[in-house]
Write a protein that binds this ligand. Structure first.
Ligand code: AMP
Length: 369
């Protein structure tokens, strides 16, 4: 995800997809024009990248020039299109191919047709890399279309939002849902995730989802999910991925208006981490960072045994089960450090100290996200 001015944009069309569409268009035009040398006319500013890549792929001799017409302001296509600048060449009897980055309402195209009516060209062909059929209000034929896209605002590959984004090599789409801050609180059992989540959720106005708590709630209420989860939890094993993922998704859906989430105890496996990324993606959002509390094993055992005296949790009162939970963490969950490090989203935080000290360390890390 990227931010341009005040708006967020998510990846939409990759460089590979663009490349494929441009190559296909160049070959289609070349096949149709035979030995004729066309004049390609790019419409500035947006088409500069497309024209550059298109003529590099065009397998035969051609001429290239640019004109400037449209003024787009902000995200709205402006109604009053400015006058043509830059057409100095005599095009009488020539085959002209207009190269447009995008055709939405068709207003620019209307102006192009009006101007070229008097130029005496042999034929005027229109080639556009992107086309929004839902927005198009004119009848002019589009001879070559790279890719049809929905009627959403896009930037990149020559297209801008208020001047920014033209330089991006791929295309991004405007994110219309609200921006969220999503944090994974990570660490072995007893690291203090739940305690810290309670402070962080207040400070940052986030919804705290602890998968362990949701399972325990289900166990208490003797739901089918609770009965299933109990058989794993009592031994200190992980509940199967799909069960956990479905439950997590349901919890996120219940909080559709949240400004963001603290995930505590989730993800615990690679499959869960991937599912979480997909879920966030479907909400036009992402995980901003994983904050990992580092605490030595012996301190963990001590803390959990202490907690077991009052928590009533079976998995907190037996040293064997506690050690097994810590082992499961290192065997199955700790690998997620790598998953988030690869995305530059892993932040280790010292988990030894007073509750306030640790909260402060976590807040410092969150404020930098
Ligand atoms: P916790 O309260 O986070 O220590 O979790 C208690 C127990 O709930 C764990 O030992 C697992 O049996 C189960 N559990 C919680 N979260 C998950 C998860 N993401 N994946 C699988 N099992 C989980």
């Amino acid at each position: 995800m990227i931010k341009l001015h005040d708006k967020y944009f998510k990846p939409f069309i990759s460089t590979q997809e663009i490349d494929d569409a441009v190559t296909r268009m160049a070959n289609d035009v070349a096949n149709d024009l035979g030995d004729e040398i066309p004049v390609f006319i790019g419409i500035l500013n947006g088409s500069f990248m497309f024209v550059s890549d298109f003529v590099k792929q065009y397998p035969k001799p051609c001429e290239v020039t640019f004109i400037k017409l449209a003024s787009y302001e902000g995200v709205k296509s402006s109604e009053d299109i400015q006058r043509l600048i830059g057409l100095t060449q005599d095009l009488t009897g020539r085959t002209v191919v207009i190269l447009e980055d995008i055709i939405d309402t068709g207003n620019t195209l209307h102006e192009v047709h009006r101007i070229f009516k008097n130029e005496g060209v042999k034929q005027l062909l229109i080639a556009t890399l992107f086309y929004k059929p839902e927005a198009y209000k004119k009848d002019f034929k589009l001879h070559y279309v790279g890719k049809e896209i929905p009627n959403k605002f896009i930037v990149g590959y020559g297209l801008d939002y208020d001047g920014l984004g033209r330089d991006l090599p791929e295309v991004y789409q405007l994110k219309t849902t609200q921006h969220m801050t999503n944090i994974v609180l990570f660490g072995p059992p007893g690291a203090g995730k739940g305690t810290q989540a309670n402070f962080l959720k207040e400070k940052y106005n986030l919804v705290h989802i602890s998968t362990g708590d949701v399972f325990r709630f289900n166990i208490k209420n003797e739901t089918a999910l609770g009965v299933l989860a109990k058989s794993y939890m009592d031994k200190g094993h992980l509940v199967p991925d799909q069960v956990t993922i479905d439950m997590l998704e349901a919890e996120v859906e219940k909080n559709a208006d949240a400004e963001g989430f603290i995930f505590d105890g989730f993800p615990r496996t690679n499959a869960q981490a991937k599912a979480l990324d997909e879920l966030m993606n479907s909400k036009d959002s992402q995980i901003n960072g994983m904050l990992a509390l580092d605490v030595e094993d012996e301190v963990l055992v001590e803390r959990l045994m202490e907690r077991g005296k009052t928590s009533g949790r079976k998995d907190d009162s037996d040293e064997g089960i506690i050690r097994n939970r810590i082992k499961v963490y290192y065997d199955e969950t700790a690998i997620l450090e790598e998953y988030y490090t690869e995305q530059n989203k892993y932040f280790g935080v010292d988990g030894i100290g007073s509750i306030e000290e640790i909260t402060e360390r976590l807040c410092n890390a969150i404020d930098k996200l």
